[in-house]
Design a protein around this ligand. Sequence first.
Ligand SMILES: O=C(O)CCC(=O)C(=O)O
Length: 295
Amino acid sequence: MTPESILKNPPKVLKQSLRKKYFSEGFLFLENMMDKSMLRRLHLKIGQAIEESRVLKSSNKKFDLEPDHSNELPRLRRLTQPVEYYKIFWEFAKSSIITDIAEDLLGPDIMFHHSKLNFKWCSGGEEVKWHQDMPFWPHTNDSVLTIGLYIDDVSTEMGPLGVIPRSHLGPIFDHYNQEGTWTGAISPKRRKSLNLQDAVYLEGEAGSITIHHCRTIHGSKPNTHPDQYRPLLLNTFSSADALPITINPTPSRYDRYIVRGRPSLNVHMEPYNGKLPPDWSKGYTSIFALQQKDL
Ligand SMILES: O=C(O)CCC(=O)C(=O)O
């Protein structure tokens, strides 16, 4: 769907000015919209997932671990597709607050793509380099977004999500290096053309919601907090007429599930002026593992 056609529908939860702001800036930051009991339940489950990860010696499909993760001192980078493993995460992804927000920005018919929980562990949890999401999983049009939830308060030192306003209106960047290897990040040379001085870092309280467009350039700094990790739960959705044109790098049983409205009988096609990602059917680790290779 186009922004114009989406904006013609009456809003569910967002003021019309906020919806317009999303389309002009490429992101939104919403505070005080979350039910505290849902937050507590998510928190509890995350604690259990961390406990479960202690015995692991290396990353697997579910847990992406930092190299020095141990039983005594767990250090997690990501819980991949939490919706696949714990009911509460799927309950949250299709809850009315999340799907109402999605409907205001994607239109009445909405498809789920994937979910992840990025931990960014304390005392050095890794940076996420500047990138766009669209090159990881291109769709037939760019009516695709990611809704993030801070499970804890996130201060500057914890590496809040950073976004470059209006960058979604610019080009789709190459996420390969000069040798043609996928790096999952915009190269240092190409980064020179970005308006990094305009970056906005979305720090806020537990329950704050971040939303970014699939073409918005975003990233985050390392977590330098001595003892608090930064759990950011991310769920990606598209308008039902925006179909993925490459394989989902982290598929779940809910891949392409219609969380609101109905499946579309039409596909909205727009030119995709970017490179395709590698063939993820041969395996995918995580953005952290890929970017840390520093190719
Ligand atoms: O965790 C973050 O700060 C950003 C994560 C992100 O952009 C991603 O996982 O694609």
